[in-house]
Structures are given as C-alpha cells and as structure tokens.
Design a protein around this ligand. Structure first.
Ligand code: ARG
Length: 272
C-alpha cells in the first residue's frame, strides 16, 4: 500500500501526506455544511455478500485487505491497476463469498497472474484496470456482467449506481470488517470535469456521487465494483478525499475497456 500510495501520489501530483488524507473506503458521511468536510461518519449500509455475489476482497499473504475486485469469470478478477501494480501474484489472495473478513466464510484463492492494462501509467491518466487469474475457479461467487458500451444506460447522468467494499468509513479512518455498500448517482462528464479539470478523462473514467457528498468509496475500496442494474460500470479508482461535496468518486469506465478485459478472460490461464 505504501508503494501504491507513493505511485498514486506521483501520478496525482500530490504529496503522500495529502494522498493519505485524500484516499478513504466506503464512506457514508454527514457533510458539514460550514466546513465542507465530513466529520460525522455514520457508516455505510451493511451489505451481505449475497447482495453483491461478485464482490471480491483482495488481501496480502498475511490476510490484510488492501483493495477490492469483481469476479468477471470463474477464475478471473477485475480490479484497479494501482492496486496490484508492481506486486508479485504470490502476494495477492482473492477472498470470495465472505461478508465479514474476520470469519472463514467463503474461500481464499491464490492469484497466479496479474495483467495490467498496457495503457496504465497512473490513476489520473486512465486505464486503471487489471485482471487477476486465480489458481482455480471459485464456486462461491458469481461473475458479474461487464458494461459493453461506453455510453450504455450505466453511464447516464443520474443513473443509480451501487458501490461496495471493505474500505474505510471515513477519510483516514478505520476499515470495517464487514462489507458495506452505498448508492451514488452517476455524475455527468461536465460536472466531473468541473471538479477535477483535465485529470478527469471521460474516455477512460466515469464519476459517481451526490452533489452534496456523504456517500462514496474510500481507501481500501479501490478495485471494487460500481454496478448499475447489476451490470459492472466502474472500478473504484480515485477521488479528492472521500464523500466530499462537489468531488465525486472517480471510477475506471468499464465499457471503454470491455474488449480488452474480454480478451483476458479467454486467454488460457497458463499462457505466458
Ligand atoms: N484509491 C483508493 C484506494 O486505493 C480509492 C479511492 C476512491 N476515492 C473516492 N473518493 N471514491 O482504495
């Protein structure tokens, strides 16, 4: 995470300290109208893994959950490139079928291969996607359908999207052990560009969040799913803080990369 944070900080052109504050998990916060910050975190709404059966927790070999992902085939997990950049597959484990990470519900499957999108150079330049190959197919999770068009229904401004993960419940705050989910409307390209300027690339990214803030992904949710009507529209990527007014969460736009991802799904797990 430190290495990833540094990479991310470089990519975002901010200091690691700033980034530590800027990254946060699934946050449902009461926005303070006077300061614009989110001091009173009331927590996301608890979800059961059965509600999001494709949600995957990525842990290191020691069991520390550092990112999320989505099962996209029985032995493939889609996550964010910044989650696994520079990591050895043997340091990544995919946890499926588990709501509460302190339990042994579901299963833990080793990762044997990491594919990073070749265009990925940093979160603010897009292509923040990676496909992990698992050592064996999982049977306690269900693959999610990928958005296939860049302008499909999942990308209409205002569409009701659901983000899920085990990330922190406030900027710099603690991570819950259990899965949380939140509803966030898809943001128009204009509004997202108004927040992030040229760092928002509508080609490779899509934003979601309430104008008043209060619900968002945060640190540890990266790589996890943003779904609209059960179809995967986004991968948690970055944002300014978490759940801040006027700063929606930024997601990799799955529809843009659907063909690249599909190519990875048909590639034999053992090919070089
Ligand atoms: N980059 C963060 C991570 O690695 C996720 C940040 C998402 N931020 C947001 N405000 N939606 O977990």
């Amino acid at each position: 995470m430190t290495r990833n944070a540094r990479t991310l900080a470089r990519a975002a052109g901010v200091s690691v300290a700033t980034l530590a504050v800027a990254l946060g998990s699934l946050t449902v916060a009461g926005a303070d109208e006077t300061t614009g910050v989110t001091p009173n975190i009331v927590g996301g709404s608890p979800a059961d893994i059965a509600d999001v059966p494709y949600a995957v927790a990525l842990t290191d070999a020691a069991g520390f959950q550092f990112c999320g992902g989505s099962l996209v085939a029985e032995d493939k997990v889609l996550t964010a490139a910044h989650c696994v950049e520079g990591q050895d597959p043997s340091d990544v484990v995919a946890v499926t079928g588990r709501t509460d990470l302190t339990t042994s519900e579901g299963s833990e499957t080793p990762v044997t291969d990491i594919w990073l999108h070749p265009d990925y150079t940093g979160v603010t330049t897009g292509a923040d996607i990676a496909v992990l190959t698992l050592s064996s197919p999982v049977t306690d999770a269900e693959p999610v359908e990928l958005a296939s068009a860049t302008d499909g229904p999942g990308y209409s401004p205002g569409a009701d999207a659901t983000v899920a993960g085990w990330g922190t419940t406030s900027e710099g705050g603690p991570s819950p052990d259990t899965l949380l989910q939140g509803s966030v409307p898809v943001t128009s390209d204009e509004d997202c560009a108004a927040a992030y300027g040229s760092e928002y690339d509508p080609e490779g990214m899509v934003c979601a969040g309430l104008p008043e803030g209060g619900v968002d992904a945060c640190q540890g949710d990266s790589g996890g799913p943003l779904a609209v009507d059960g179809v995967l529209a986004g991968v948690v990527s970055w944002g300014q803080g978490c759940a801040r007014p006027d700063f929606p969460g930024v997601y990799a736009r799955v529809g843009t990369y659907a063909e690249d991802i599909a190519e990875q799904l048909t590639r034999p797990a053992t090919s070089p």
